[in-house]
Design a protein around this ligand. Structure first.
Ligand SMILES: NC(=O)C1=CN([C@@H]2O[C@H](COP(=O)(O)OP(=O)(O)OC[C@H]3O[C@@H](n4cnc5c(N)ncnc54)[C@H](O)[C@@H]3O)[C@@H](O)[C@H]2O)C=CC1
Ligand SMILES: O=C(O)[C@@H]1CCC=N1
Length: 267
């Protein structure tokens, strides 16, 4: 029986615990949660998922893994509070955007640390996660972290610096897709369909295209060209995207997000 303690009980913590419980990699009894102030939130998570609230400080000392899941701006205060409560035995997993292993080591001491960048699709076992380890992580801990992340989707090991790019792409990625869906729904109603019909058509289109990209050996541009009949509708649509600087917009989006990840560490 493990003891996994979440410091911060927001949306990412909920997505992870929900995914782990649903996929049977952890039981609710193995999960402990705490946050800064919102007692109702803790009660909600306790009642909804059956996870434990940290009501005894000894829990920190017994923790196998401490998960840092507060906002990056709250990390330093949280780590200062945490330092005296935990023992050298606990490994730390951080899901914080931007905050480096060096910073975590500075505040929590030299110990096994993994930085993870999941996304909220962890809730349904579909996260795309990146992970980087420090050299204190044992082979057993490494396998445990990878197993936890594989249970909630796919995981890829990267070097720590690449986590900024992972954050900009797949960490924030679900929001870009939801934003795209908002745009489809808005325009769909302008061209004569109901919002529900657009949602149905385009969620299936997104899922189908994602699956094609996974299963096919064709590059995305080849798949795109197979849809694009000369003089047809797709060609007209793509031309409009180009006229509206689609590539520049995507490039700016990812570069801005990546730069923000780099700056988050500094508060
Ligand atoms: N939401 C997302 O899609 C993703 C978020 N992340 C990362 O996860 C972290 C959390 O994000 P969200 O869950 O969206 O934030 P959130 O705002 O929903 O939750 C943050 C939680 O941390 C708690 N907290 C703040 N200071 C604390 C302290 N000193 N001690 C204990 N708890 C404290 C707050 O009370 C709150 O419950 C962030 O660092 C973010 O970069 C990573 C991947 C995806
Ligand atoms: O917006 C953020 O900063 C966090 C990190 C990735 C997704 N949400």
């Amino acid at each position: 029986m493990k003891k996994i303690v979440f410091i911060g009980a927001g949306s990412m913590a909920e997505a992870l615990m929900q995914g782990w419980i649903k996929q049977n990699v952890l039981t609710a009894q193995e999960i402990y949660i705490t946050n800064r102030s919102d007692k109702e939130r803790l009660q909600f998570l306790h009642e909804t998922y059956g996870v434990n609230k940290v009501d005894d400080p000894a829990i920190y000392q017994q923790a196998d893994v401490i998960i840092l899941a507060m906002k990056p701006k709250d990390a330093i205060v949280a780590m200062r509070e945490l330092k005296s409560k935990i023992t050298a035995q606990s490994a730390v997993v951080s899901v914080l955007a931007g905050v480096s292993i060096e910073t975590i080591t500075h505040f929590l001491g030299d110990r096994p640390i993994a930085r993870v960048m999941p996304n909220t699709s962890a809730t349904i076992g579909m996260s795309a996660s990146g992970i980087a380890f420090n050299d204190k992580v044992s082979a057993t801990q490494r396998s445990m972290f990878l197993e936890l992340l594989e249970a909630i989707g796919s995981v890829i090991e990267v070097n720590e610096d690449q986590l900024h790019a992972v954050t900009a792409l797949s960490g924030s990625g679900p929001a870009y897709i939801y934003y795209l869906m908002e745009a489809f729904e808005r325009v769909g109603t302008k061209v004569g369909l109901s919002k529900d019909t657009v949602r149905l058509l385009m969620t299936q289109t997104l899922a189908g295209s994602a699956e094609m990209l996974k299963q096919s050996t064709d590059e995305p541009d080849v798949l795109r060209k197979k849809v694009t009949s000369p003089g047809g509708t797709t060609e007209a649509g793509i031309q409009a995207l180009e006229q509206h600087h689609f590539h520049e917009a995507i490039e700016a989006c990812i570069k801005e997000a990546e730069a923000r990840s780099r700056s988050l560490a500094n508060g």
